[in-house]
Write a protein that binds this ligand. Sequence first.
Ligand code: UD1
Ligand code: UDP
Length: 409
Amino acid sequence: MSHLPFPDRVGVASTPGRSQHHGFRPLHAAVILGTRPEAVKLAPVLRALEDSEDFAPLLINTGQHREMLYQMLTRLQLQPHYDLGVMTDRQQLSDLTALLIGALGEVLRDEGPDLVIVQGDTTSTLCGALAAFYERIPVAHVEAGLRSGVLDNPFPEELNRLLVSRLARWHFAPTERAGARLHAEGIPADSISVTGNTVIDNLLWVRHRGAGRSAFRTTRRGILVTLHRRENQGDRMRAMAATLLRLAQRSDVEILLPVHRSPAVRDVLVTALRDHPHITLTDPLDYFDFTASLAASELVLTDSGGVQEEAPSLDKPVLVLRATTERPEVVSTGAARLVGTDPDAIHAAANSLLDDPALYRSMADAPCPFGDGRAAQRIVTRLAEDFAATPTAGVAVGAATADVSLAQL
Ligand code: UD1
Ligand code: UDP
């Protein structure tokens, strides 16, 4: 574990904006992340915390991901105070969980932050929330309330986010639907805030900088593909790769596929798709280049969560290669279609979008349901207000969900 020093502590702020006065100190907000998408979606929150007089952020990188996360942290100019460095090749969920709970507990005991912020539904998210709960530190959950309704799909993310909702004191829902879902599960309304998704904040931040280069190699019609979900690995991913080969037989397309570093993904996709003249395989793209490629594409095929959110905001139709989605908003606005994993269905859906301009336009023009790019500011404002109103906001750890039985999971 590597450790960089955290700023000194100098008293307690009790009112937003009062930390500049003598005798007050900013609240210590530990932000825990470990994977590429968490860095994307927590970067705006970290920026908003840095800009606030009320908070001093402490960035804890679990190290669940390595190269893919460092690439993102560097690009987004984020420097962790801790790096727990836990990643192993082909890591098992139980081993990763055990390592993280121990290591995070130690850091949280040493630092004693006023609150912990986690995002989404990864193993790092769950372990961050659970370790904080054990240390009686209140948890804020960013991107709360996403549900597919199927406990093992996506696996293990649906269970992770359900559990985090039982542990969190603040639930920052990206959409009204996600907020309503939390409420329906018994989470008190006053602990839920609908903020929009911070992924849009970050996308706007990057696009305003105008940086990044598309990784498409030709002027053919671009199809951007990403695949990595555990439940899609193995035979299902092999079948999807075969579909991509069929699609690449069209005379007018180029398929760009930045390959996730998981060996379970690489073994299948690189073996099946390398050396095809109209399929471009790359290592994971730098975020600026990935968003530039997204902007240059005509169509997106993905099982990613974040890419489902980013593509509609750049007016790109999305075919979701999964049995379920926890983001039904994007399907109901018409920006995405949940096509599942059947090879023929994927092939037919992609061809109809490429061949039917009216269908294409209707999807490309559908509104993006994930907010206005100011989600992070809303999150930080709400946290500051709550600590100002109740300096012991943390005492309520778990109380918000205490009347929800485990049977409701
Ligand atoms: C994880 C998350 C998933 C998220 C995805 C984002 C869990 C259970 N899964 O899945 O929700 O959508 O991240 O990409 O938390 N590896 C590297 N270098 C890296 C990253 C991964 O070599 O930088 C390899 C390692 O061999 C590692 C394997 O990929 O063991 C799997 O990584 P892991 O974090 O367990 O799962 P992901 O499929 O990446
Ligand atoms: N991404 C990236 N480079 C790539 C592929 C994806 O920067 O080569 C970004 C993408 O813009 C999105 C995030 O990574 O913000 C999504 O990560 P991933 O699909 O791994 O995880 P998920 O969102 O499914 O949890």
